[in-house]
Design a protein around this ligand. Structure first.
Ligand code: GAL
Length: 951
């Protein structure tokens, strides 16, 4: 049999040096980042022969930056698939058409390097490469998100210009192990460097810094020995010594205390920042320094809309700061080890990390896992090599609390090799893996997208058995539970976070999880008219793709927080501020380590949304896990609806946010709404008795209201097969027709009854709208809606749709805000008075869909240059809601539904207003549970009373 070419051979190249810890060293280093000469060929065979020779003429070549993906610089195009391999499943073979980039650059190596061992280091090359120095091949590697090093001493000429040449293949055997749900993008996308490795240097270093029962412990392993110095702790020890460390402060995500540690050998000095902490599973709980931790986490892919996975230090810092500012305390590095600098930031700012190996073979699911490398011994070395390269690189980071074998690679003997490698080498960290059906090869019980109901069962350790081995089942049942993915943040959502958090807080076994996912991977691009938008699968001509499933993050591609992130931050806030039944305030400290001394508690009292009083609470010390009850600092004074708002803000600057940054808040209603509307002016009114709608109100030409029972489907409405949106479309909820049943004059007003129903269906809605003049001016609308006929499935909304003049482009409202809110995503909405332009009310989801609704609205004013319309909800006598949901936009729901990108939405000549009587939650059915029953909407009678006046 002819040997496999290196790019189709899964076995690691023995020329790759043993992996070692990423460190900061005083040994000389030359960065090879920058511009390289670049050539692109369609196949491996067509790559220019002899290009690695110093004499080769690359005069006609272009330049490409390193680090970068070539697809984002005009060579080929990005392609997105979720699980399907974009090439035939034929392991380890890959297509002949295999884009191959040839890179060349020279580097002046100082004469002083003569006599040193010289190493060429790559932090990440996607997906396979061979490297040459001065025409000598030095090695090959796979493992896109893993470092590789080669000894190039023999090839380098110190004191001269040296040619470094690298040939990179888009597809390789390694591609079968890298089927993560993300863009396929290639090239040298992380740093490259040439290192002088001094004789007698630090070949590797493994810091074991623990903390138990108030005492620290330290042992630093260095092959060949070294001195270990921690000046701040007065430590000067030999490598290998077990040192007891008194008086040390432990490291945690909340208080990420680090100490500078220096390792010194005759040839080298290495600087590390170490945190003392012990991670352990004890009594079925995952603990850090003996305390149960609750992971308020996210799954983070590396992504930037212009650079792809070639992220900069600033991009990484932006991520860390945004996480910390939104109360996130944990990251799963889905689904590969991140750039090593990211872990330095997590150490420094305080984030728990589940460091995941670069492994996913999900595409084999489409052939029933036939041929899956995970259980094929021919791939065993490749699996273990990947684990080893990750563990060795990242082993010194306090932030890494678990190793993860990878994602969605089913099960098999090669996972056992990875698991054993990690445990043997590093007994100090548990190992995570989700995809074994019986939980083998994982020290925690990990699942993705388990529903709230199942999570509850798991929390009680009452979940059904999985797998057939009773011993294994018992072991899993005894293990702590983590949702390695939950709350799919695709488009409008995720709904249902609160219900998960309640389970995490009530069942000790449920130790939180990681929202899927941190950021939308939309690539900044332009349409034919030069308009910018964020592209997703299919926007780059892919023949096989998974559309906008790549845009499912809490951040928009440009790192603007989405409403989902605001909601998550609120749900996981580390301080809870609530009212008690007996009229007091309770402040609960949900931190695991910190007391509340770093926070100030500022309060305001607002009447009808206008602040009338403010102050600061005087809080006694509240230890982590404790709570305190206080008298309310103020009571209602007037007869307006009155709310007390308490905000916990940082008392002083923290490394991750300035003083004043809001960490948590709570509201308590001090006085309910009065039962009468404010006295307001009316204006001209006209009713079209044929169509049964107003044509003028408050001197404003209008058209409406008409019953609306539809929303532009969200990703969660439309992604699953047999989705809710499919049903709505089949029924025809998006094309209701209206028949005016009758228009009657009654009691000085007019009663309009209208039946609204889709064509071809015998079910519908009968609305009765009673119009009457309002004492003091304006119109009173009392609307009742009654479903008729057979309505079975859920419906998205029951609302009143109006069209208004385009000049009404400002909205002021009193109710939930400032951001959008749906029945299962309304924790972040506080009651207040808010103002926005109509344009700013829109949420620019990468795929347009229902958005921008404000919840719990008591009144809203839509105004333009010459006044406007005020709509106020009034109490009914039978307890119907005194609030409504508000959406205002410059296009229709049909426009929203038809648009593929936000640039497709063109403002029309009308403002579209919908006043919701009821609205369905959003859920997370695009991947996970649908809308929970308590947030579901079924056709049922509804009523709303509105006062319409001039604003
Ligand atoms: C999971 C997978 C993630 C992502 C998610 C859906 O199964 O692990 O990588 O694909 O589903 O967005």
């Amino acid at each position: 049999m002819t040997p496999l070419p290196y790019h189709e051979d899964p076995r690691p190249d023995p020329r790759m040096l043993a992996p070692r810890a990423a460190v900061r060293s005083n040994a000389p280093r030359l960065s090879l980042n920058g511009h390289w000469r670049f050539d692109m060929a369609e196949t491996v065979a067509e790559a220019p022969a002899g290009f690695a020779d110093p004499g080769y003429d690359d005069g006609g070549w272009a330049e490409l930056p390193v680090p970068a993906h070539w697809q984002l610089h005009g060579y080929g195009r990005p392609a997105y698939t979720n699980t399907r391999y974009p090439f035939p499943i034929d392991p380890p073979r890959v297509p002949t058409e295999n884009p191959t980039g040839s890179y060349r650059r020279t580097v002046a190596v100082p004469a002083e390097w003569a006599g040193e061992r010289i190493v060429l280091r790559f932090e990440g090359v996607d997906s396979c490469f061979a490297a040459w120095v001065n025409g000598h091949e030095v090695g090959t590697a796979q493992g896109s998100r893993l470092p590789s090093e080669f000894d190039v001493t023999e090839a380098v000429r110190p004191g001269a210009e040296n040619l470094v040449a690298v040939r990179v293949h888009q597809w390789s055997a390694g591609s079968y192990l890298e089927d993560q749900d993300m863009w396929w993008m290639s090239g040298i996308f992380r740093d490259v460097a040439l290192l002088a490795r001094p004789a007698g240097g630090v070949a590797d270093v493994f810091v074991h810094a623990g903390y138990e029962d108030g005492v620290g412990s330290l042992r630093v392993d260095v092959p060949g020995g070294a001195r270990v110095l921690v000046p701040e702790l007065g430590i000067d020890a030999a490598a290998g010594d077990d040192v007891r460390v008194d008086g040390v402060q432990p490291w945690s995500a909340e208080v990420p205390r680090l100490y500078d540690l220096r390792v010194v050998t005759p040839g080298e000095r290495v600087d590390l920042r170490v945190g003392f902490r012990t991670v352990r599973i004890s009594d079925g709980l995952l603990t850090v320094n003996g305390e149960r931790v609750l992971l308020r986490g996210v799954n983070r892919h590396e992504f930037h809309p212009d650079r792809g996975r070639a992220v900069t230090g600033q991009d990484m810092l932006d991520d860390v700061l945004l996480m910390k500012r939104h109360n996130i305390n944990a990251v799963r590095t889905s689904h590969y080890p991140p750039h090593p600098h990211f872990l330095e930031l997590c150490d420094e700012y305080g984030l728990y990390v589940v460091d995941e190996c670069d492994l996913e073979t999900h595409g084999f699911v489409h052939v029933g896992w036939r041929g899956n490398p995970t259980d094929d011994p021919a791939w065993g070395d490749a699996y273990e090599d990947r684990m080893r390269r990750m563990v060795e690189r990242d082993k010194n980071h306090a932030c890494v609390i678990m190793w993860s074998l990878g994602n969605e690679s089913w099960t098999g003997r090669n996972l056992e090799r990875m698991y054993r490698y990690a445990h043997d080498r590093d007994p100090g960290r548990p190992v995570h893996y989700e995809h074994c059906p019986d939980g083998r090869w994982s020290d925690v019980y990990s699942r993705m997208y388990a529903s709230q109901a199942e999570t509850d069962l798991i929390g009680r350790r009452e979940e059904p058995a999985r797998g057939v081995d009773p011993v294994q089942d018992a072991a899993r049942r005894a293990a702590p539970f983590v949702l390695c993915e939950y709350a799919h943040a695709m488009g409008n959502g995720p709904g249902g976070l609160t219900e998960y958090q309640e389970l995490f807080e009530s069942h000790p076994r449920c130790q939180g999880g990681f929202v899927w996912e941190w950021i939308d991977h939309g690539i900044r691009t332009r349409d034919g008219e030069g308009r910018e938008f964020f592209g997703y699968g299919g926007d780059f001509g892919e023949e096989l793709h998974d559309g906008n499933f790549v845009a499912d993050g809490l951040l928009f591609p440009d790192r603007t927080p989405s409403p989902g992130l605001h909601e998550f931050a609120k749900v996981i806030e580390p301080v809870r501020i609530t009212g008690t039944p007996d009229g007091r305030l309770r402040i609960t400290n949900l931190h695991e380590v910190r007391d509340l001394a770093h926070l100030r508690f500022r309060w305001t009292v607002a009447e009808d949304g206008i602040e009338v009083e403010a102050g600061e609470l005087d809080l006694p010390a509240v230890a982590a896990g404790g709570s305190v009850e206080l008298d309310r600092p103020a009571e209602a004074g007037g007869d307006a609806e009155t709310w007390l708002t308490v905000r916990a803000v940082l008392a002083a600057d923290e490394p991750w946010a300035p003083a004043g940054h809001e960490v948590a808040w709570g509201q308590v209603q001090l006085a309910a709404r009065p039962r009468t509307a404010a006295a307001l002016t009316g204006g001209a009114v006209a009713l079209d008795r044929v169509r049964g709608v107003l044509t003028e109100v408050a001197d404003i030409p209008v058209d409406g209201p008409r019953l609306d029972a539809w929303r532009a489907p969200t990703d969660n409405d439309r992604i699953p097969h047999d989705s809710a949106a499919d049903a709505w479309r089949t029924i025809g909820l998006h094309r209701l027709r209206h028949r005016v049943v009758d228009v009657r004059d009654e009691d000085g007003g007019v009663v309009v009854r209208t039946r609204s129903a889709p064509a071809a269906l015998d079910a519908g809605f009968l609305s009765t709208m009673r119009w009457a003049p309002l004492a003091g001016g304006g119109l009173l609308l009392d609307v009742s809606v009654r479903p008729e006929g057979d309505w079975t499935g859920p419906i998205p909304r029951l609302g009143l749709a109006w069209s208004l003049p385009a000049e009404l482009d400002r909205v002021t409202w009193y109710g939930g805000g400032p951001g959008e809110a749906y029945p299962d995503t309304r924790r972040a909405a506080r009651i207040g008075r808010f103002t926005s332009s109509v344009d700013d009310l829109q949420t620019p989801y990468v795929m347009p869909q229902e958005n921008g609704r404000r919840a719990g609205v008591r009144w809203a004013e839509l105004t333009g240059r010459g006044g406007g319309l005020r709509i106020e909800a009034l109490p009914t006598d039978d307890g119907d809601p005194e609030t409504f949901g508000l959406t205002v936009r410059r296009w229709t729901s049909a426009d929203l539904d038809a648009a593929l990108h936000p640039v497709d939405l063109v403002p029309g000549d009308r403002v579209r207003l919908t006043v919701d009587m009821a609205h369905r939650g959003v859920g997370t059915a695009s991947c996970g549970p649908d809308v929970l029953p308590q947030h579901e909407l079924h056709a049922a009678p509804a009523r709303l009373r509105l006062a319409l006046t001039r604003a």
